[in-house]
Design a protein around this ligand. Structure first.
Ligand code: SAH
Length: 218
């Protein structure tokens, strides 16, 4: 019998398994992370019209000129972030909420900031419906981080600034890691910054393509 239960039937699980295979093939090795991405219903984070494409390894539009990141990039950034075994994590650029949802299954507490009010409202409702209780969301300009909740063991930025915002570095705990795409129209690089006291080490990983980190809250 082929019954479809609001899209979350066997078919979705099989397509999710295929996505996990693709992530493995691209070099993702963190088993806990692969397990979470293998059960996270990404189709619930995009418009219904795009739900059938939710398990392709591509970025998809989520309105307001923004995108839900490509699953491989979500996996890559999360894998780098988890190396420091963080407990409290700040995400800048909530977007669809998918990245925050994945993180919420792997760390104790996720703080996420989104500058577009309509997206922030939509995602807050989505988190409530889906029962994510360890994610706190704020509508504001995330270039300033979330000072009252700092320091964070790790910071994940999912929109690209031309330069690394120093305000964010200040909210990173000693020994903490920040994963961030940096650059402008001529190309962006995914960087990992590790804070050691007053000094920050930078390691560049690979070329990426993110929407720009914008100033102000809309
Ligand atoms: N992590 C998201 C993808 C985000 S796309 C996901 O999993 O779906 C990048 C997001 O960053 C967009 O929603 C954009 O509005 C937001 N953004 C851009 N500049 C920002 C800023 N200064 N502060 C907070 N959010 C910002």
């Amino acid at each position: 019998m082929h019954t479809r239960i609001s899209g979350i039937g066997m078919t979705s699980q099989r397509t999710r398994d295929r996505l996990v295979q693709r992530l493995r093939a691209k070099g993702i090795v963190n088993e806990a992370l692969l397990e979470v991405m293998g059960r996270m219903p990404r189709h619930l984070f995009v418009d219904e019209a795009l739900a059938s494409r939710a398990y392709e390894d591509t970025a998809l539009p989520i309105g307001f000129g923004q995108t839900i990141s490509q699953p491989y990039i979500v996996a890559r950034m999360t894998e780098e972030l988890l190396r420091g075994e963080p407990r409290r994590v700040l995400e800048v650029g909530t977007g669809s909420g998918y990245q925050a949802a994945v993180l919420s299954q792997l760390v104790e507490k996720v703080f996420t900031v989104e500058r577009i009010d309509a997206l922030a409202r939509r995602v807050r409702q989505r988190f409530r419906q889906m029962g994510f209780r360890n994610i706190q969301l704020k509508h504001s300009d995330g270039s300033w981080g979330w000072p009252s909740k700092a320091p964070f063991d790790a910071i994940l930025v999912t929109a690209a600034p031309p330069e690394i915002p120093t305000g964010l570095l200040e909210q990173l705990a000693d020994g903490g890691r920040m994963v961030i795409p940096v650059g402008g129209r001529n190309g962006q690089t995914l960087a990992v910054i590790t804070r050691r006291g007053a000094v920050c080490e930078r390691e560049d990983l690979e070329a990426v393509s993110f929407v720009p980190l914008l100033g102000g809250a809309g």
